[in-house]
Structures are given as C-alpha cells and as structure tokens.
Design a protein around this ligand. Sequence first.
Ligand SMILES: NC(=O)c1ccc[n+]([C@@H]2O[C@H](COP(=O)([O-])OP(=O)(O)OC[C@H]3O[C@@H](n4cnc5c(N)ncnc54)[C@H](O)[C@@H]3O)[C@@H](O)[C@H]2O)c1
Length: 340
Amino acid sequence: MLPDTFFMKTILITGGAGFIGSHLAEAILKVGGRVIVFDNFDYSRFIGPNDYNEFIRSQCSAQSYQCHCIKGDINDKSMIQEAISTWQPDIIVHLAAIADSVFALQFPEMCQQVNVCGVKNVLDACKQCSTLEKFVFVSSSYVYGDFLYDPVDELHPLRPQHIYGITKREGERLTEEFCERYGVAYTIVRPTAVYGFGSRENRVCSKMINDALTDRRIILYNGGNDRLDFTHIDDLINACMTLLTRDSVENEIVNISRGCVRYISELAEIVRMRIPDTHIVHATGDFKRPKRGELDISKMQRLLHFTPRIDLEEGIEMLINEIEHMRGTNDSLVTTMYRG
Ligand SMILES: NC(=O)c1ccc[n+]([C@@H]2O[C@H](COP(=O)([O-])OP(=O)(O)OC[C@H]3O[C@@H](n4cnc5c(N)ncnc54)[C@H](O)[C@@H]3O)[C@@H](O)[C@H]2O)c1
C-alpha cells in the first residue's frame, strides 16, 4: 500500500529510457506518480522521446499519464541543471550510466566520463533543487570485485578491479559525500544480473534466448561454470517501488537481487528445454569478469519487508514468451527496443 503523499511526488529518472529506467517509469506512472525522464537515448531501448512517450502512453493508457521526457546528456552540466531546476523533483533516481562492462573496457574514458563525472554533474545540479527529499544511486555488485565469500553482504570488502566496477564505486562515494554534506537522504542500491524484457541483446539471458530462437544454438563459454544471482526485472522494480516510499531506507546501502545463485550452464539448459532442437556449443571466452555469486539480501528483506519471488525458470519462461510475442508482431515501436 503506497502512502497518499507518493502520488504528489515528482520523480526524475536519469537513464529513464534504458532497460531498468523504463520499467521503473512505467511502474511509477501506473500508480499515479509523476515522472520526468532524462536520457540521451544513446543506449536506450527507444529511438527518442516521441517513440518513448508513445510506448509509455500505451502501457499506462487507463491511468492519468504524467510523464515528461527530456533528451539530454548528464555530461552537459547546463542541460541537467536546467532539467532539475525547472522540474524541482522530490526524488531523483540516478540510473544513467555506461552499464555494459565489455563496452566499458573498450571505452574506459567514456565510462569514467559518464559514470563518474556525470554523477557529479547530476549531484551538483541538485543544489538548484529545494524540493529534493531523496537521491537514489543505482550502483552494481561489480563494486565488490571478486566475491571473497558467498552470499556477499554489504560489508564485503570493496575491491573492484574492472573499470565498470571502479566507476560505480566512485559514483557511490560521490553520492555519500554530497548527500551527507547537503543533508539529502540517499539510498545506494547494488543490483546484480538483472534480466527481462527490454534488456540489451548482449546480456546473457537475452542473448541465449535470441540465439536459440534464431539459430537453434547457444554458445556456452568456459563450461558455463560462472555463477550469477539472476534477478528478474519485476522483482527489482517492486523492490525499488518499496524503497521509494519508505523512510527506513534512508542513508543506507542495500543489495537487491533474487538471493539465489545459479550456474550459467543451468540457464542454458532452461533455455534449451523450452526452445526445442537447440544445441549447446562449448567455447572458450577471453573476457575476464569478476568472480561473482549470490548476494545476501537479508538487509533488503529487513528494511523493505520485501522478498523477490521470480525463480530463473519462471523468469526465463516469461522472457521467452515476450520475445516470441515481439518477434511475431510487425510493430516497429516494439522492434526498436532491440536496436544495438
Ligand atoms: N542491468 C543490470 O543487470 C544491472 C545490474 C547492476 C546495476 N545496473 C545499473 O543500473 C543502471 C541501468 O542499467 P540498465 O541495464 O537499465 O542499462 P541501460 O544501458 O539499458 O540504461 C542506461 C540508460 O542511460 C542512458 N545514458 C547513458 N549515458 C547517458 C548520458 N551521458 N546522459 C544521459 N543518459 C545516458 C542510456 O541511453 C540508457 O537509456 C546502470 O547505472 C547500471 O550500472 C544494471
């Protein structure tokens, strides 16, 4: 049950046209909240604001639609300042980032620019905002580096070795420093391995499903021995919605995940079982990711009174159905969500 005051809130989402951001915007709009999306659309599910608005409106048609979409870059100080000072949000959820670890390694300077300098620009712009009650920084489990134990709680040492993890940790530090200095409540969330409809095609779940549907073939790297705490987008969004409305999560760092680790080989098997005649082809991958595993979600459960409920089998079934449905329709609006 959401507090009545929530419906009066203006929530600005940077990166609101991305995978997680667009699901979050949709969830807030569906309960009658007001959303301002700020995104440069460079890595978005959508081509631009018109495309975005059209999609979101179709999803929220029965509700009063209160969404304003700004095409802007967080690297452009004046643009983010203008957006924040014009709209005076009550809550900012910062999602805009180079969110792809392989891409981040290829373009480390860009990653540093967006994931660190961009965060600083957004925080600096918050000084123009007299209404701001809460700043939510969406970080990542990459900040832990190699998991030294399993499940990893929020007190696990922070030793990111990968540029993506290093920049996300820096974003956390900037958030803590700024919010403590200016008395703004903050929450830092650390999700991991989020999957679902609208995710980039190169993420492991979407890639395996698309490869299986297209070529009846899944490439499994390094025996599929890596373990991930796969988290369905609906679970993440439900956790975030609870977090946005609770004071008890102020000035906290919280893991958000399914809290259940699975091998990538299990994922391949789930996809293969569902899409007949799919072959698993073994290969050796040379991209080294940190050794990850399960996140300890007891803090999230205690603070949010929320427990994720979507197992990998159910989540993959949902995703295959959604991708099959998308492939079966000629709706150009939907297909743009999968552009590279
Ligand atoms: N997807 C996951 O598994 C996962 C896991 C942990 C953390 N995260 C974090 O969640 C956030 C969102 O991830 P996602 O999977 O939705 O990624 P995404 O790439 O789908 O969304 C990111 C959005 O940010 C926008 N963006 C990028 N640079 C920008 C800039 N300079 N100015 C304005 N907008 C910009 C992109 O256009 C895109 O729409 C990221 O901060 C990511 O680090 C994601």
